[in-house]
Design a protein around this ligand. Structure first.
Ligand code: 7TS
Length: 400
């Protein structure tokens, strides 16, 4: 049996999304910016897709939703443009991010830090959550931007973006949120929340890879990162990814339609699966369920290296993760587990299971059996594992 439980890394393209994209490779391949009928035949589908994308995040017609190549590009764009416009010019000198942002934020923040920008890295608490108050405590008159993700990719923890947005509005500070893991998992409205910039990426909600977007509130448009063309109103040069845009439009429409299903059925399946996993001795989940996206479990199995567990799961046809695929080649401890201050041995034992609306009960039942066998086998050969009877656990071994 093949079971895919790594949907926070990427998702299967929904077959109906693919069907909608198909005509735009071989039949309707014109460049939308050309001045002939080949271009024109792409326009209606692009327009419809853009309307769906605006509707998907409840953007106003006057806002800009600019198509990019991925969330990594959108995130780089925000921080680098803020650097050019506010930091380099001396108008401001500081930004605030969380310490568990995706590397496309963290590494970009470190880069602009090396160019002279002050960066505050907000900590997460023992439950893997950000406290909005910490944003208030760190804002200064020189803060240009706060960037805090909507939902964390490792734990699924949902961060208090509504409150953070309010704090930013009060202090007249720009607010960006990376909503990559939130689209289709929690209700999103850029009208309702005070969000100036919002990043998302189609391949996380059953759309194609290589297409993302950056929402910019009217009047808050950033200077372009790419120059050289008039596409996207001059905000993002480069020939449009026609099929990608059409795919993202269809995928976001479906993700919004499936939101209730995700928040009820998928949540219930996830919860039942998690209950069963937690029956295994010496297992720990950090973030409370009601503070998480409905599809994600980050669970530690004391005494078992995450990579060994992945190996056993993979041999049985199951795809999961020890954290971000972006970091998976360098056997590092899970970054969230490190950020909450979990013991070194526990930080290396975290496994992420992320479901999708295509996940079946049968797949989860099978996975549970494989996990149980793997835990037994790996603990038997583990030199460090000693069984702790229930009721005598030292919890997560938090060092603070
Ligand atoms: N932001 C978040 C919160 C993400 O989870 C990811 C990908 C990205 C940005 C980058 O998106 P892309 O469109 O540039 O690919 N996260 C993961 C992950 O958790 N495992 O593999 C990739």
């Amino acid at each position: 049996m093949k079971v895919y439980l790594d949907n926070n890394a990427t998702t299967m393209v929904d077959p109906s999304v693919k069907a909608e994209m198909d005509p735009f490779f071989v039949e309707k391949y014109g460049n939308p910016n050309s001045l002939h009928a080949f271009a024109g035949e792409t326009h209606p589908a692009i327009k419809t897709a853009m309307e769906k994308i605006y509707a998907g995040i409840q953007a106003d017609r006057k806002d800009s939703v600019v198509i990019t190549s991925c969330a990594t590009e959108s995130n780089n764009w925000v921080l680098k443009s803020i650097y050019f416009e506010y930091i380099l010019t001396g108008r401001k000198n500081h930004i605030i991010i969380s310490e568990v942002e995706h590397p496309s934020i963290i590494a970009t923040a470190k880069f602009i830090e090396s160019m002279g920008c002050k960066v505050t890295y907000l900590p997460i608490n023992a439950e893997g959550l950000i406290e909005a108050q910490s944003v208030r405590d760190n804002i200064t008159s020189k803060t240009a931007l706060v960037s805090v993700m909507w939902a964390n990719n490792e734990t699924g923890a949902i961060f208090p973006v509504e409150e953070i947005g309010e704090i930013c509005r009060e202090h007249n500070v720009l607010f960006h949120t990376d909503a990559v893991q939130a689209i289709g998992k929690v209700p999103i409205s850029v009208q309702q929340f005070n969000v100036d910039y919002l990043t998302f990426s189609a391949h996380k909600f059953h759309g194609p890879k290589g297409v993302g977007a950056l929402f910019m509130k009217k009047g808050k448009e950033l200077m372009p990162l790419f120059h050289g063309g008039s596409q996207m109103g001059g905000l993002r040069s480069g020939t449009l990814n026609v099929a990608g845009i059409i795919g993202m439009g269809k995928a976001i429409e479906q993700a919004i339609d499936a939101l209730d299903f995700e928040m009820s059925e998928i949540r219930e399946m996830r919860d039942d699966f998690e209950d069963e996993l937690l029956k295994i001795e010496d297992t720990f989940v950090v973030t409370p369920r009601n503070r998480r996206t409905p599809n994600t479990i980050l669970i530690s199995f004391r005494g078992i290296e995450g990579e060994s567990m992945l190996w056993d799961l993979n041999r049985s046809g199951i795809g999961a993760s020890t954290g971000s695929a972006c970091a998976s080649e360098d056997l590092e401890a899970n970054s969230v587990m490190e950020a909450i201050g979990a013991d070194e041995d526990l930080a290396h034992t975290a496994i992420r299971f992320s479901l999708s609306r295509y996940t079946t009960q049968e797949e989860l039942d099978y996975t549970l059996e494989v996990v149980k066998k793997a835990v037994k086998r790996l603990r038997e050969i583990s030199s460090s594992y000693a069984y702790t009877p229930k009721g005598h656990e030292s919890g997560l071994g938090l060092s603070h």
